[in-house]
Design a protein around this ligand. Structure first.
Ligand code: PAF
Length: 279
């Protein structure tokens, strides 16, 4: 497995492969890799001849009181996992390589980034859009894959790529879950054993609310009751629990087109997010 630390090294490898006629896929990550990330790698592998995984804990997508400093970092373990998984190149840029002295550009995507996590984490999606635009432009892979677990992020990235004519195909990949339904996430490592037992309620209650909305109940009522049940289950605070149009993320009460139920809630000091499709 090759390792690149600078945009120039990344670009050199990707363009050399592309000159040989090979398709290159990118999986952007913040490290602390788990099976969810490996499923993204497998998805890229289906459509690309070479797989690049970037690991960069992006400071600009964390708010001042968020978990940037305690976000799990395990570079050596990540690298050996990537080697085993058949990754062809790991891209590990430094903060100075990504945000050199004098860096002054921020990309903001309106519409899909508003509401939901956009309300609770001001500036988060600008940080994501800026770093993802940089990663895509630095590497110019043929495709890049992002997990549906961060569904709003996926919609922001699709919009960004469309609006800025970035010539990279964006794919979404389904959320990987633990046996009890909890969505796999690097942040699950923060949960205490007690919190871990409560955590799957987020998935369970989203699932039940989704069924009720599909059966004709108003989304606001189903979500209100699911939020109440989450608090009863042991969650400390609900950031949001809403049904939105699957593409535009506009709020919907009685969905007629594909929709998504999305939730974010706090279990102790850990913020969990999840979402499910409504058919
Ligand atoms: O989903 C993530 O891990 C991050 O938000 C991403 C897309 C790698 C950008 O830093």
């Amino acid at each position: 497995m090759l390792i690149a630390a600078s945009p120039a090294e990344l670009r050199a490898s990707v363009s050399a492969w592309q000159k040989e006629g090979l398709k290159v896929g990118l999986v952007p990550t913040m490290g602390a890799l788990h099976e969810g990330h490996l499923s993204l790698l497998a998805k890229v592998r289906e459509q690309a001849d070479r797989v690049v995984v970037s690991i960069f804990v992006n400071p600009t997508q964390f708010g001042p009181n968020e978990d940037f400093s305690r976000y799990p970092r395990q570079e050596e373990a990540d690298i050996s996992l990537l080697k085993q998984a058949g990754c062809d190149l790991a891209y590990l840029p430094t903060v100075a390589a990504m945000y050199p002295q004098g860096f002054s550009t921020t990309i903001s995507v309106s519409g899909v980034s508003e509401g939901l996590c956009g309300n609770c984490r001001p500036g988060h999606f600008s940080g994501v859009a800026t770093v993802v635009a940089k990663l895509l432009l630095q590497g110019l892979p043929d495709l890049a894959v992002f997990g549906e677990k961060d569904y709003q992020q996926l919609q922001v990235i699709k919009r960004l790529v469309l609006d800025l004519d970035i010539p990279v195909r964006i794919l979404g990949a389904p959320t990987l879950r633990e046996a009890d339904g909890l969505a796999k996430s690097s942040r699950n490592a923060y949960l205490t054993p007690e919190e871990r037992k409560v955590a799957p309620s987020l998935y369970r209650l989203l699932f039940e609310a989704a069924k009720r909305v599909q059966a004709g109940e108003a989304a606001s009522l189903a979500c209100f009751e699911a939020a109440k049940a989450l608090i009863e289950a042991g969650f400390a605070k609900i950031d949001y629990l809403e049904v939105r149009d699957a593409d535009s993320l506009a709020p919907v009460e009685h969905p007629k087109a594909p929709a998504r139920i999305l939730g974010a809630a706090w279990l102790g000091r850990t913020r969990l997010i999840d979402n499910l499709p409504l058919t």
